[in-house]
Ligand binder design. Structure first.
Ligand SMILES: [Zn+2]
Length: 399
């Protein structure tokens, strides 16, 4: 199949010679419930996971849970709660939401608070190789040590500075850093904040090093697919790639960087900091989770998705049509329907073209029309192909 690679900015042929796909997708920071933007990212990678498995690959899938960072600590302080307990509670809702959306669980959900030794080992390694330096604030990565820093995001230095300045815990203007773009590998904790002992004083890991440590620990020094939302390209993935390649000496760190377009509401990006979020837990009260899943994959994953409830209602009606076709299918289908192979080829052809789920769903629309018209084999094929997308069409199938 062909997959768009953010690193090269073109669709490339994807294969894995050893039959294994090492896939790492950046996960949630559990301080609130799952919003539609998260759901979209994890449903898209679930479709990719299912498709790769369908084609016989062994997928090793790791998705981290960022259980410590500025935002989760701030939220816990605000609520007067323990940050780990708050994180645990938000994770429970996240896993319920994912199960309702039929997302196949990842093999591992590592958490940085459980991976401190590996994070410190990589920090030590980067310091030893001259990629890091120590200041009172903590240990920082020296971006000037990477000749082609910026090759993933392709942003100019000015653009990078502007984005870095907008980060929650921005330290671009710290004059003790060698370069404003240098980022924390290890940060000294403020009094009262969680801290781990280290050779550089009590502190906690920087955000980007966490994913480097967890991906290397669980999947090795080279990934086949690294994914996440498009808002992670810079600074998170740029920095993760720079430090991973600096540490292991292997490049590219990930053969394919795959990014899912952002979800917006009224044209404004849905984000925790803006508070304009639509939560999966709320939508589940009103809509069948399969309709929500269908809605999320009805737009191509790289395009932006502006949430409108009418579109979700449309997805619910579409799902009902699919289900009605499957219900009407006679028990004994019409075996030997000559066109079945053509429909199957068109469906998989669409998915093989950079996961074109809108086109694949168009094939299912045609099959539903034929099924409703009495073609039992078309209805049977509809149910089978919908299953590849993780949609359950059998009546009363439940979760
Ligand atoms: Zn990450």
């Amino acid at each position: 199949m062909r997959l768009y690679n953010t690193l090269t900015r073109v669709k490339e042929q994807f294969s894995s010679p050893d039959g294994t796909v090492r896939m790492y997708v950046c996960g949630i920071t559990p301080y609130d419930t799952t919003h539609l933007g998260h759901a979209r990212t994890y449903v898209v990678f679930d479709v990719l996971n299912r498709l790769l498995r369908h084609h016989g690959y062994r997928v090793r899938y790791v998705q981290n849970i960022t259980d410590i960072d500025e935002s989760i600590l701030a939220r816990a302080r605000q609520l007067g709660r323990d940050y780990l307990e708050l994180g645990e509670e938000c994770c429970r809702v996240f896993f319920e939401d994912m199960a309702a959306l039929r997302v196949i669980p990842a093999d591992h959900y590592p958490r940085p608070t459980q991976e401190i030794p590996m994070i410190q080992e990589i920090t030590r390694g980067l310091l030893a190789k001259g990629y890091g330096y120590i200041i009172p604030r903590g240990v920082y990565f020296r971006v000037k040590a990477v000749a082609d820093y910026g090759r993933l995001s392709r942003l100019s230095r000015e653009e990078m500075l502007a984005v870095a300045a907008r980060q929650d815990d921005s330290d671009v203007d710290d004059p003790t850093k060698e370069d404003p773009l240098d980022f924390a590998l290890w940060r000294r904790s403020a009094p009262g904040e969680p801290a781990w002992e280290s050779p550089w004083g009590p502190g906690r890991p920087g955000w980007h090093i966490e994913c480097t440590a967890m991906s290397i620990r669980y999947l090795g020094p080279k990934l086949d697919i690294h994914g996440g939302g498009a808002d992670l390209i810079y600074p998170h993935h740029e920095n993760e790639m720079a430090q991973s390649e600096a540490y292991t000496g292997e490049r590219p760190f990930a053969r394919f960087w795959v990014h899912v377009g952002l979800v917006s509401l009224g044209g404004v990006k849905m984000s925790k900091s803006l508070g304009n979020m639509v939560f999966v837990r709320d939508l589940r009260q009103k809509f069948d989770p399969d309709a929500l899943r269908l809605y999320l994959i009805a737009t191509h994953y790289r395009a932006g998705l502006d949430y409108q409830e009418a579109d979700l209602e449309g997805a619910a009606a579409r799902l009902e049509k699919f289900r009605a076709a499957v219900r009407r299918a006679p028990v004994a289908a019409n075996p030997g329907w000559a066109e079945a192979a053509t429909f199957r080829a068109r469906f998989f052809g669409a998915l093989a073209d950079d996961l074109d789920t809108p086109a694949a769903l168009g094939v299912l629309d045609e099959l539903a029309g034929l099924g409703l018209g009495g073609n039992g084999e078309a209805a049977r094929l509809l149910g089978e192909l919908a299953g590849v997308l993780g949609l359950e069409l059998r009546v009363g199938a439940g979760v």
